[in-house]
Design a protein around this ligand. Structure first.
Ligand code: FAD
Length: 557
């Protein structure tokens, strides 16, 4: 492919990455970036933190300017230029200069679409009232800041509890604003499993934020004292402002003008080189549908990492590195909320069970653990609540989720990287990771997750899960110490402390499954090994009493 004229639509994450890489690969090509907004290459991910004044200078959000693109990269960046149509046959685009109104056309040899996604605005009464904001662009952010600074904002409603909603909420709380989050689903962070989300929910409630799950907004009204948010449950919530964080929809209108194929998830379909159904047109970022690196199925993951890497890769494909291929997306993300960090990679249990062959429960297994983020004897150790999901047949890792105060994203990043090399749980057990007491443990949480999962696959220990307890006839054995048991226990559970177990075996049934648990799962694993070797049908309840408490509080068991 000989490319003398490269046009790029969209100048932020994917588009800007593509332009810079393209110039580094080809000094001669004419490269033009069209951006309909006033900014290119800015950090949308930083917007919530400027609202919360963690990032105090707005200029820090501007990674590059049109002038820098011109001077350093000889790239022609045209802000306030909207690309309105593609003539795929003639290989031209129609462009409107939004400042002068001039409409003109530009020819290309290769065209890269990086138009991003459109923020969803619920189609309800009053959605356009003053005081209701998206948080999607720098201009949105400025409007929010101006509203807060010029009015007495004491209350805010955030619509949506995905990562943008939680980050927005966190930053409003930081400003002393009382925040209510309304979420249509019955959990926060819908990309995570409900028991993981339950821990975030408990934390948010403890941090003074009001969380209303399963709550749909039906309209907005102007009240005597600010806005009023009406909900499907019949409530009317008075507030001084609303931030919409209900997700996004891939921008595909432009692609459609060229007759480019759109996928089942509504994104632009691309192949492994980010090429659309038209061989001269590529697409990247939030607008596209790509393959899941885990299952190979079509998926869409609107995150900055994939957008940036795809933009760079497309430049490689266009300028002579024709064998470059995108590996697919895993959906690796991290989000902080008021002192708690949640991170995940790969598939959640919810998502996995919809995809054959994993819709069959016997094809996969999960383990829960609560290791400290560094050596327990070193001051300040904080537990990480970690879930690992894996293929029961070959031990391949399918996904991981973690929630905690410290060290969360480090563990998920390690597992995410391992997954990209199609690692198994045995590989995690063997992984050599750095360790000193202030940073980790000789057996890192990643190693422990792998070891526990490998034990399950090897049949060393059978597992049970809290959500299956009520349907079972199991005898529940709690091997914690009596004082722990007295402080709270599962109804009907029998307490025999681990250290006394070998002397009390005659108190246990041989004609029923025995489900053993302790607080986090370590003592009960030892107990399960004792019982199994003595001929009992013992299963270790993964995640222990700590997980039971989380699930019970959230009504999940
Ligand atoms: P964008 O970066 O959205 O860029 C698309 C650009 O194309 C826009 O500027 C738009 O004006 C322009 N455009 C569209 N159509 C046209 C047209 N026809 N003509 C000219 N220009 C056009 N991701 C993370 O991984 N981690 C985070 O912490 C994170 N935080 C976020 C926080 C917020 C508040 C937001 C909004 C997003 C966040 N994201 C985060 C998501 C991340 O920003 C996006 O996934 C990423 O920016 C997508 O890159 P993109 O190039 O596809 O689209």
């Amino acid at each position: 492919m000989s490319v003398k004229r490269l046009l790029i639509v969209g100048g932020v994450a994917g588009g800007a990455s593509c332009a810079a890489r393209a110039r580094r690969l080809d000094e001669e090509a004419r490269i033009v970036v069209f951006e309909r907004g006033p900014f290119v290459s800015y950090a949308n991910c930083g917007l919530p933190y400027h609202v919360g004044r963690i990032i105090t200078d707005e200029n820090d959000l501007l990674v590059a300017t049109p002038e820098l693109f011109r001077d350093r990269f000889n790239v022609d960046v045209r802000i306030y230029h909207n690309v309105t149509a593609i003539d795929a046959k003639a290989r031209t685009v129609a462009v409107q200069d939004l400042q002068s109104g001039r409409i003109y056309s530009e020819a290309y040899d290769a065209l890269v679409l990086a138009p991003g996604a459109e923020p969803l605005r619920p189609p309800v009464r009053g959605i356009d009232l003053a005081g209701i904001f998206n948080l999607w662009t720098i201009l949105d952010m400025r409007r929010i800041i101006e509203w807060i600074q010029t009015r007495k904002v004491a209350r805010a409603v955030v619509l949506g509890a995905g990562f943008i909603g939680l980050e927005a909420a966190e930053n409003l709380v930081r400003l002393g604003i009382a925040v209510t989050i309304l979420e249509m689903q019955d959990q926060v962070m819908p990309a995570m499993d409900p028991e993981m989300a339950a821990m975030i929910q408990a934390h948010l409630a403890g941090a003074g934020l009001t969380l209303r799950l399963g709550e749909k907004v039906t309209g907005f009204d102007q009240g005597p004292d600010g806005l009023v948010v009406a909900t499907a449950s019949g409530d009317a919530i008075a507030t001084d402002m609303v931030i919409l964080a209900a997700g996004g929809r891939p921008r595909t209108e432009l692609a459609k003008t060229a007759g480019i194929a759109i996928g089942s998830r509504g994104g632009i379909l691309v192949d492994g080189q980010m090429r659309t159904s038209d061989p001269s047109i590529f697409a990247v970022g939030d607008a596209v549908e790509v393959k899941s690196a885990v299952t190979g199925a079509d998926t869409a993951v609107p995150l900055a990492g994939p957008a940036n890497r795809q933009g760079r890769l497309v430049a490689d494909v266009i300028f002579g590195r024709g064998d470059a291929r995108f590996r697919g997306v895993q959906g690796t993300f991290v989000c902080g909320a008021l002192g708690l960090t949640a991170a995940a990679t790969g598939l959640s249990e919810k998502a996995l069970t919809l995809i054959p062959p994993y819709d069959a429960r016997q094809r996969w297994e999960k383990v829960y653990l609560h290791p400290d983020h560094h050596a327990g004897y070193y001051p300040g150790a904080k537990p990480i609540f970690l879930k690992l999901i894996f293929d029961r047949n070959d031990g391949r890792i399918l996904g991981a989720q973690a929630v905690g105060e410290q060290g969360v994203e480090k563990r998920i990043d390690v597992i995410a990287t391992a997954m990209q090399f199609r690692a198994t749980v045995a590989d995690l057990a063997q992984a050599e990771l750095c360790y000193a007491p202030p940073y980790g443990s000789a057996k890192d949480p990643v190693n422990l997750a792998g070891m526990i999962a490998a034990n399950v696959i090897e049949g060393l220990v059978a597992q049970a899960h809290w959500e299956d307890l009520s349907a079972s006839r199991a005898f529940v054995l709690d091997v914690r110490d009596p004082e722990e048991f007295a402080g709270g226990h599962v109804p009907g559970a029998v307490n025999i402390a681990l250290n006394n177990l070998r002397d009390r075996l005659d108190a246990l049934p041989r004609d029923r499954d025995i489900w053993v648990h302790c607080f986090v799962g370590q003592r009960s694993y030892v107990a399960a090994r004792i019982l199994t070797q003595r001929g009992f049908n013992a299963k270790n309840i993964s995640g222990g009493f700590r997980l039971y408490l989380i699930m019970k509080a959230a009504g999940l068991c």
